[in-house]
Design a protein around this ligand. Structure first.
Ligand code: PLP
Length: 387
């Protein structure tokens, strides 16, 4: 049996996805296909590196040495053809933490921060928590796929936007922004003097035929105004180890960000996080390539099944393992929709409404689970809709 087919019991492991069902769905009887982690074990090399570390048994203060940094530099160069320098790296327990730090370090209270909605919920929280002003530039949905309304984006920039939190690839709509799109964004950011906080946490998880391009790799000029947030956590299922990093070539921006981290008492990563990060980047490539094939097969299965047997539409996804399902044919409001999936279908999905009002007719489904789990979830949905 392949490693991605094994069903692991995650209950009673303090798993947010599996052990918080009552809290989140008010039901213990749902199949969890929500929060963005995978029901797969990390690559064996990661587990072995952690076991070796534990065998040593001493967990003192740990330095992030050049070997860890080199593993990141080489990974990004090998996988994404972006040549970065070790000195450009800052470390953070998570991408969301970084966004909180960056907003505080690089913008002022009241500043306008732009989001392309619907989008990952914590982006809104970051803006609100630090009393910045949310500016929305809704993505355009054509019934199949999302694109950027560049006219709207320019209009919003014209009104004075300090920073833009870009999501590339985009959660939840699954777009892997193309070069022409990124170039147009870049040109507008230069013209209207906008800083870019680019969340690229899903960058390794693209479907075949879609090429992720790091925003900051477009040009030196654009790198100069970009903070790029990355991590091995989505790619290798390491979210609980809390290890991420930031790439900033602009020394002045990096200094401000680093000062913000240290003024809040953050220094480096925990030892287990850095051990896993390095092992994943040095030895996880084969595992990742296999995972991407499995996810592509899952994608095909979900689209085939849901679109043949129900009136749901699965938005054409180019990356991430999070599927954005158009439920508008059911003609339910977002509360009824959520209730239907919990009580009738008995699957725990994320309500699309939490990503912005544009998501009210959508649900987000996590397909990163063994095929049998996926089939069970999909068949519960089909069965509920048919009855
Ligand atoms: C776009 C995006 N950014 C950030 C995160 C979370 O990152 P972290 O756990 O490193 O804060 C997620 C998790 O789902 C995500 O989808």
């Amino acid at each position: 049996m392949g490693i991605f087919e094994v069903v692991h019991d995650r209950k009673n492991t303090r798993s947010v996805k599996w052990d918080m069902l009552e809290t989140v769905f008010q039901s213990g009887d749902v199949l969890p296909m929500w929060v963005a982690d995978m029901d797969f074990q990390a690559p064996e090399a990661v587990n072995q590196a952690l076991i070796e570390r534990v065998k040593h048994g001493i967990y003192g203060y740990t330095v992030l040495d050049i070997e860890v940094k080199a593993s990141i530099v080489q990974w990004i160069s090998r996988r994404h053809q972006w040549q970065i320098e070790a000195d450009w790296l800052s470390f953070s327990p998570g991408v969301v933490t970084t966004l909180h730090m960056a907003i505080q370090a690089l913008t002022e209270p009241g500043d306008s921060i732009l989001l392309q909605t619907p989008v990952y919920t914590p982006f809104y929280d970051v803006i609100e928590a630090h009393n910045r002003t949310l500016v929305r530039s809704p993505l355009v949905y054509n019934g199949d796929y999302y694109t950027i309304d560049f006219h709207d984006l320019e209009e919003k920039f014209k009104q004075g936007v300090k920073a833009f939190i870009l999501c590339n690839p985009h959660n939840p709509v699954g777009r892997v922004w193309r070069k022409e799109e990124l170039e147009k964004i870049a040109q507008l950011c230069l013209e209207y003097d906008v800083l870019i906080l680019s969340d690229e946490i899903h960058c390794d998880l693209t479907f075949p035929d879609y090429q992720y391009i790091p925003f900051a790799s477009l040009s030196e000029e654009i790198a100069d105004r970009t903070i790029t947030c990355m991590a091995p956590s989505k790619t290798f299922n390491l979210a609980g180890l809390q290890a991420s990093y930031v790439v900033t070539s602009n020394q002045a921006l990096r200094k401000k960000l680093d000062e913000q981290f240290s003024s809040q008492g953050f220094h480096g990563l925990n030892m287990m996080g850095s051990t896993a990060l390095e092992a994943a980047y040095r030895h996880g490539e084969e595992w990742l390539d296999e995972l991407r094939i499995i996810l592509a097969e899952h994608k095909k299965y979900v689209i085939d099944q849901l679109e043949t047997n129900t009136d749901l539409r699965v938005v054409r996804s180019e990356g991430t393992y999070l599927f954005w399902i158009d439920c508008s044919a059911l003609e339910l409001d977002h509360k009824q929709l959520n209730k239907f999936f919990i009580q009738e279908a008995r699957v725990g999905l994320n309500s699309g409404f939490q990503y912005g009002e544009e998501g009210a007719q959508f649900m987000r489904m996590n397909i990163a689970c063994p095929r049998t789990t996926l089939e069970e979830g999909v068949s519960r949905i089909i069965h509920a809709l048919k009855s």
